[in-house]
Design a protein around this ligand. Structure first.
Ligand SMILES: NC(=O)c1ccc[n+]([C@@H]2O[C@H](COP(=O)([O-])OP(=O)(O)OC[C@H]3O[C@@H](n4cnc5c(N)ncnc54)[C@H](O)[C@@H]3O)[C@@H](O)[C@H]2O)c1
Length: 443
């Protein structure tokens, strides 16, 4: 099939490269000129395991083409597509609603071509508020166009995005149009050889499924974190509580890790958008509201612990951060606990040394003033970060932090204090090596 994908971000690039790998011809369009240039030269704009190989394969077979949305090439190829995927960002507005400008600008571009488009399909992969498909249909109608508008939310996880796309747990197709269902099912069947995992439903239901899934997973995270807060106060150990909980198969063991809460480009903004959608519909969604509040508090848990040890001010203290990305295997810092913790520590007068295997350069871009004054130093090596530090905060649970050389670590630190925001260490072992140790929910 001839496919155009709007947005060369995590969702768009993975979708485009994935569809190209099954023999479709994909035109990937983005508004960022430098991003398109980089992709044309063989680069990948962010760290995502396996994506470089998948893109390379698509480039080799000439099944993928990268175009800037303002180029003549874009105008020339726009009408050639039978299917348009929209995978552009829907970031959070200050009031919590999703910013739909990027989505609507992609819609306007599709509508700008000649003809009525009645044989074409527009597929919404971006996470959009319920009813967006109807709004888009109206926009097309106003331009005298009538493509079929379908909701097909994306469930990939950064860090495992390629595998998630190539072997999806399920594909949700939201449309009442039988022909469109068939065409989209045909596209996805290439990825489900063992078992059909396509679930068809109305467009509005499909739009809500995505928010319901993310809000539910976020709820699990905030739930275990709230139990962790209680554990610390009442003298329980959340790790034991978790072990006891997860043996119940109705509860399961996923997304029940006490830690620094959820971050990233999806859970926080989607929870807030869901709350705003509830408000617009005249219903207060109490669970997502509580989930967001618990999360906000949890992200700053290490700062509270530091103040418990050092007092209100952290002036004169050097704090080492291991991990900056919102989770391992990505360099994405959007809504990461690290970017909430860093300004708090700076405000309290601390100096920060920070390390992340892939996201370090991004943090430097976010805090240029602190870098200039050397109140924030980005290190190339984990042990260098800890050297002469008064405390080590574990912020992201990268594999390389799990089994450190505790002896080397202890001898290099000014004060052997570990504040383990991801509970990756056994407190007994850390204490045996002579560390003061705080874990989340560990009293
Ligand atoms: N990142 C994830 O893990 C994930 C998973 C599932 C769903 N989603 C959803 O998918 C959507 C995209 O997320 P993402 O993380 O890929 O975003 P992203 O920020 O990584 O990428 C978005 C891309 O869209 C481009 N863009 C903006 N307007 C455009 C336009 N009019 N035409 C062409 N390109 C345009 C931007 O330049 C950018 O390259 C969001 O709604 C998000 O909530 C994301």
């Amino acid at each position: 099939m001839e496919i155009m994908v709007f947005g060369a971000g995590y969702v768009g690039l993975v979708t485009g490269a994935g569809l190209a790998s099954t023999g479709n011809h994909v035109i990937l369009a983005d508004t960022l000129k430098e991003r398109i240039q980089l992709l044309r030269e063989g680069g990948v704009p962010f760290y995502e395991p396996q994506l470089p190989d998948l893109l390379e394969k698509a480039r080799r077979t000439k099944n993928i083409q990268f175009v800037h949305t303002e180029s003549q090439e874009f105008k020339d190829t726009l009408a050639s597509a039978e299917i348009y995927f929209i995978g552009v960002g829907t970031p959070e507005l200050p009031d919590g609603r999703a910013n739909m400008d990027y989505v609507f600008s992609a819609v306007d571009m599709i509508a700008s071509q000649e003809g009525d488009l009645s044989n074409k399909i527009v597929i919404m992969k971006s996470t959009v508020p319920v009813g967006t498909g109807d709004v888009i249909e109206k926009k097309f109608k106003a331009a005298k166009k009538s493509p079929t508008v379908v909701s097909n939310p994306e469930f990939l996880k950064q860090g495992n995005a390629v595998q998630d796309f190539l072997k999806p747990e399920r594909v949700i197709i939201g449309t009442d149009n039988e022909k469109a269902r068939e065409a989209i099912s045909f596209l996805y069947r290439a990825f489900m050889l063992k078992r059909d995992r396509i679930v068809c439903m109305s467009r509005r239901s499909a739009e809500l499924v995505k928010y319901a899934c993310n809000a539910f997973l976020a709820t699990k995270i905030s739930f275990i974190n709230e139990m962790a807060q209680l554990s610390e106060i009442v003298g329980a150990d959340i790790r034991e509580v978790r072990d006891g909980m997860i043996t119940d198969s109705r509860i399961g063991d996923q997304f029940l890790f006490p830690g620094l809460g959820f971050g990233g480009s999806c859970f926080p903004k989607d929870t807030h958008s869901l709350i705003a959608q509830g408000q617009a519909a005249g219903i207060e969604l109490q669970l997502p509201t509580a989930v967001a509040a618990v999360n906000k508090k949890q992200q700053l848990w290490p700062v509270q612990k530091l103040q418990k040890v050092f007092g209100k001010s952290l002036s004169g203290k050097t704090i080492a951060l291991w991990g900056l990305a919102f989770k391992p295997n990505t360099d994405d810092l959007r809504e990461a606990p690290s970017i909430k913790i860093i300004p708090e520590l700076l405000k309290l007068g601390a100096k920060i040394k920070a390390y992340d295997p892939v996201a370090a350069h991004r943090v430097a871009e976010l805090f240029p003033d602190a870098i200039k004054t050397k109140n924030l130093v980005v290190c190339e090596d984990a042990y260098e970060t800890a050297t002469t530090s008064d405390a080590l905060l574990i912020v992201t649970e990268w594999q390389e932090f799990r089994t450190p050389n505790f002896k080397k670590l202890k001898s290099s630190m000014s004060r052997p204090l570990i504040i383990d925001g991801r509970n990756i260490y056994d407190s007994k072992i850390a204490k045996q090596y002579g560390f003061e140790y705080f874990g989340v929910g560990v009293s």
